[in-house]
Ligand binder design. Structure first.
Ligand code: PEP
Ligand code: MN
Length: 265
């Protein structure tokens, strides 16, 4: 597949090219909680160099008893954040029935780890011309991950960004085991951009900058990072969310590594 586009495919998300020389960072809260939370986070991450805003309005929570997302109200908040900052929006599409509503606000559809093999959902996004940020299933092999991407492409949409977000192993020190082997392997096997999510890959705030640096060193084209103005109060994934100051510092470090590799940020 790499031979099809030797230089690599560039996927444009709103006004941002993913997969080129420039390493891109997508940042924002795990979940949209309020207008104030999203817009303040968007301003901070933009100032630190993030190029796209993340935030879930529909949340695929493992427990049905926790916050499930603000849904349509959350989408409207993301729209306001885009208007306020100009940042393109990456947000999860959990269900094909939400395609139209999410499509009104999403500059890229995020397909979550739990839905990587939801084949009807893959077919649906494959039928659009919107970029798809496809996260690796937590139990998926690299081969299965690539089959999922091929399913999207087979429907006509090859604007796919692959995202390594950690897999389940016997290790309990971290939420998932971030498989950085996947980065060079995916870059070798495909022509698609590859990004890394060290937030879900570790589950621990203090580990995130370490793995963000390692991901860029391994050749990732970008990062997706959870940031929250007050992680202790977060309704979702507070333990792995960076505080704004941590994010600013992480960006400085990652930029230095990008420079060593002849890449920009
Ligand atoms: C997320 O990005 O908040 C998320 C739910 O990610 P994943 O699908 O990788 O668990
Ligand atoms: Mn999350």
């Amino acid at each position: 597949m790499r031979d099809a586009v030797p230089g690599g495919t560039i996927v444009r998300v709103r006004d941002v090219d993913v997969g080129g020389k420039r390493i891109i960072v997508i940042a924002g809260p795990c979940a949209v909680e309020s207008e104030e939370q999203v817009i303040s986070t968007a301003r901070v991450v933009k100032a630190a160099g993030a190029l796209l805003l993340r935030g879930g309005a529909y949340k695929p929570r493992s427990s049905p008893y926790t916050f499930q997302g603000l849904k349509e109200d959350g989408l409207a908040i993301l729209g306001k954040a885009r208007d306020a900052t100009g940042l393109g929006i990456v947000t999860e599409l959990m269900d094909a029935r939400h395609l139209e509503a999410v499509g009104e606000y999403a500059d890229a559809f995020q397909i979550g780890s739990r839905n990587m093999q939801n084949f009807t959902l893959l077919d649906e996004v494959g039928g659009t011309d919107r970029p798809v940020l496809l996260k690796r299933g937590m139990m998926a092999t690299i081969k299965e991950f690539l089959f999922a991407a091929e399913r999207v492409a087979a429907r006509g949409n090859s604007r796919i960004i692959l995202c390594e977000r950690g897999i389940r192993t016997f290790e309990t020190a971290t939420r998932n085991t971030l498989d950085l082997n996947a980065v060079p392997i995916l870059k070798h096997e495909t022509h698609l951009p590859v990004i890394v999510d060290p937030s879900h890959g570790t589950g621990k705030r203090w580990l995130v900058p370490h793995l963000a640096r390692a991901a860029v060193a391994a050749g990732a084209d970008g990062l997706i990072i959870e940031v929250h103005p007050n992680p202790d109060e977060a309704l979702c994934d507070g333990d792995q969310s960076l505080r704004p100051d941590d994010f600013i510092q992480m960006m400085r470090e990652v930029k230095a590594i990008a420079g060593v590799l002849g890449r920009t940020m």
